[in-house]
Each structure stands twice: as structure tokens, then as C-alpha cells.
Design a binder for this molecule. Sequence first.
Ligand SMILES: Nc1ncnc2c1ncn2[C@@H]1O[C@H](COP(=O)(O)OP(=O)(O)OP(=O)(O)O)[C@@H](O)[C@H]1O
Ligand SMILES: [Mg+2]
Length: 538
Amino acid sequence: MSSDALPPVGLSTEELQRRLTALYRADEAIGQSPDLGALLRALVQVAAEMLGADKSAILVWDERTERLTCAAAIGFKPETVARVSLRLGEGVAGRVAASGATIAVNDAAADPRTDTTITEAESIRSFIHVPIKIGNRIYGVFNVSYTTRHDIPADDIRLFEALALRAAGAIARARLVEQLQAQEARYRQLMENANDLIFAVDTEGLFTYINRRVETVLGYTPQELLGKSIESLVTPNSLPAVREHLRRGLADPTYRPSYELELIRKDGTLAYVEVSSATLMEGGRVVGRHGIARDITERVRLEQEIARRQAELSASRQRQTELRDYIALTTRAVEEERRRIARELHDDTAQALVAISRRLDAVSDLISRSPEQAATRLAEAQDLLDQTLTSLRRFSRDLRPAILDDLGLVPALEWLMSELGREPHGKLVTRCEVLGEPRRLPPEVELGLFRIAQEAVQNVRRHSEATAATLTLHFGPTETYLEITDNGRGFLTSEMRAESGIHLGLAGMQERAQLLGGTYTVQSTPGQGTTVSVSVPY
Ligand SMILES: Nc1ncnc2c1ncn2[C@@H]1O[C@H](COP(=O)(O)OP(=O)(O)OP(=O)(O)O)[C@@H](O)[C@H]1O
Ligand SMILES: [Mg+2]
């Protein structure tokens, strides 16, 4: 077999010219064929032209069916093309495929190897079959046929073999390209339809590829993200990680970290992904990073939900304990208060009444003997009675001021503040401010707010050493806000909580606020005064 298609010697100039042109055309056609099918069709055309044949065909060996079938033909009837199906060794073509050696037949009718069903149907008188081998495997059989009897010159056989050799190279390349394309298409499809995000970025962190999955995970189309920086997708929390992994990955191609990122969706909500990334190389050069990111938003959301519930649970347990403590303490406080009331009634009121009674006894003794002395005793009894009445009034007013029931919260709070201003030392400037449209609130709400104010005012009086105190009551559209502020010495709220149990005032305010479905805060800084505020949904 010749190594190249040198034009055979001993031919006419026109013939040489024709064959040369045919060879060029062969190269051109081979080069231009976009795929394997087109290449085979170009080859049969070129072969017929180059060898002045009437027909040409390429039979391809199919490993799976173990048959030679016709893959491209020119000049043959379609039914013949469809009928060709030869086993190895069957007919002349089968023999060529089996042996890998060319067979040229000058007179088909006289050659016993010929399968006459084809030659007769196609009126073939002479033909050449050359093998097409890729590596050392048979790819198929290349045929040219003549309808007139032909003494086939050895040069034609060499020329045809040379063409078959070129064909083999071109077919091998085309097959490789097709395999690569099929493979790439498969991979691309796998990547496009993957359940995970697949992406690639360049050395600057700009997206060079991202699959369609990004639409479901982040709400962006791949086109929207190509050329954009990966940094534009992550939260400030995740930014340092993204930068660090890119930097290390570009410096060390073996760096393959796994990490979690917080991403910002197109709609502004957060998504969580678990990323595995690796360095992207091209021709031995680092060109970027690529990776797979799994959407773990649901998992993270569940974890957060569980953590939140646990916190709620422990808060409510904590609150239960606090409430139990508080109830125990208030029970004790109520008993204390009863004892105090009993003592006050017994020590003060009862004794005063006893004294009055003695005076009146004296009056009845004296009234006939010494009306003047009787008058003095009477006046004393009268005085005592007045004092007792006053202190009894104050006592009952402290227990529950009638002003609250009769006139409502605003006058009651105003009275409370004016009382605070009238403290013995009288250095305290008080102010009572009412904002919004005043309205009556349900009695239990008014009482609750009043008790809170009363305790806060009590604390100002007893602990603050303040020179000014302000009470603000704000009637909002859906809630009422109460605030008592002083400019006194303040205290450390953290310490008060720690030693809860001794002090009931602050805890009581909180309880009352919570009973009303409201919120309560106390803010205090040593040296800078104290603010107690309560907001209730009424
Ligand atoms: N306005 C304030 N200015 C400075 N210190 C305050 C003020 N309010 C509270 N405190 C500090 O916080 C502590 C706790 O107050 P809380 O009202 O709970 O208890 P208490 O007033 O000591 O006792 P009670 O149970 O009789 O109210 C007070 O002892 C005081 O040290
Ligand atoms: Mg107190």
C-alpha cells in the first residue's frame, strides 16, 4: 500500500490533472465535512470522481450486529443500499473486511467470490473493495464499481488505497469529535439538570458558568449572573470565607475545601448552601475555581426553628419558676401587709379611740362638777377624733385611692405626682404630662397602671435622691404608654435581678404589666437616674 496518493505514472495529462483535482477535492471535502455522515458522503463522491467509477459505497462494520451495512453510497439504487448486510467473510466485501486486504475484480460475472445478487441488480461489471482501517481494527470497506468492464490498473488500486488511508484518518477524527461532543452534551445536560448548583468562576471570582438550578435556589437566571462577582451574592458574614477560599485555591491547586455560605436571593431573602470547590486548570495554568453548592436552606431553617423553640421553652420554664417565686413572695407580702394594717388599726386607731373614750368618760364625770374642765376634755376628744379621722382617711386612701375609681387614671396619677412633690424635704420637682387623647381604660387596666406608677413613685421617694421626676402618660391609638423618670442616683438593674426575692417592687411592676398583656422595662445607670416604662395594649 502506498503511503500517499502520488498520481500514478503513465497517464495522460488530462487524466493526471483530473486525479490531482480529485485529490485536492478529497482533502477539501474531508476538511469541510461538519460531521461523520457528511464526511462519508463526501468520500464516496470523491472516490467515484477520482477513479472515474459509476458507483461508490462505504460499508461500515457494526460490532454490535456483526454485519457490514452501507453507510454512504453514490450511484446505487436505494433498495440495494438497504439490502446490504454482510457477515465477516461473506461475499467479496466480507472477505476484505475479514482479511484487511484489497480485492479488485475485473469481471464480476466470472469471479466465483462475487455475490451476484448485487452485481446483477446494479449491472456491475468491475469493482474494487479496499479496507478502511483505524489503528489495526477494521472500520469498513470502501467500494468503487463500474458498469462497463474495466481492466483495473494497479495505479488505480494504489490511488484508491491512498484515499482510504486518508478517509480512515478523517473518520477517526470525526468519530472522536462526535464522541467528545456527545460526551460534552451528556455532561452539560447532567450539569444543567443537576439538583445542586454547579458553577465556575475566574481568578477574579467572576462567574464563567452557572447551571440552571440557580433559578430555583436564588431566583436569578444563569445569564444574569455570568460575568458578575460571586461576592455580590454572599452576605457580609460569608464574604471573608469566599475571599479566603478563592485566594488559597488560586495559590494551591490541590486545595479542595467544603464550607457553608449565606447567600442573598434576588428577592432579598437568605439561602444557605454547602459548597465543595476545587481549582480549575487549563493547559497547566490556574484559570479559576469551580464547585458544587447544595441548597441547605431548609435544613438551616429547621435548625434555627428548633433553636428558637428551645429558647422559648427554657424562657417559659424560667418564667414559670419566677412566677412561682413571685407568688410565694406576694403571699408573704400580703400577710405582712395585713399584719401592718392590723398593727396600724390596733396601735394607732384603736388607741386613739381608747383615748377619746377615756376623755369622754372624764367629761361625763366632770360635766356636773366642773363644766369648764369638761369642756376642755371635750375639745381634746374632738381634736383626737379629728386626727384619727385624718389618719384613717390617709390610711384608706393609700390602700386604694377613691380618686382612681371616681375620676379615673389621669387625676389619680396627677395626685400621685403632686403628693410626691409635697414630700417633707420638698426638694423634688415633679411633673405630670399627658399626651394623646385621654380616655377611660378598663378598671383593671387603670388599677394596674396606677399600682405600677405608685411603686415607681415609691422607689423614687425611697431610693433615688432625685431632684426631679416626671411621669408621662401617652394615650396611643391602640396602646397606652406610661413612663416614670427620675434624675437620681440610679442603680444596677443586673444586680437587682440577681438578688430578687428581697425586693418585690420591680418584680411586681413586671408582673402587673404582663398580666395586662403589656411590656415593661426599667432602665437605670448609676449616677444617671432611672426610667420605668410600661406599655399596655389598651
Ligand atoms: N428610682 C430608683 N432610684 C434608685 N434606686 C432604685 C430606684 N428604684 C429602685 N431602686 C433600687 O432597686 C432596688 C429594688 O427596688 P424594689 O422596688 O424592687 O425593692 P424595694 O423598693 O427595695 O422594696 P419593696 O419591695 O418595698 O419595693 C431598691 O432597693 C433600690 O436599691
Ligand atoms: Mg420598691
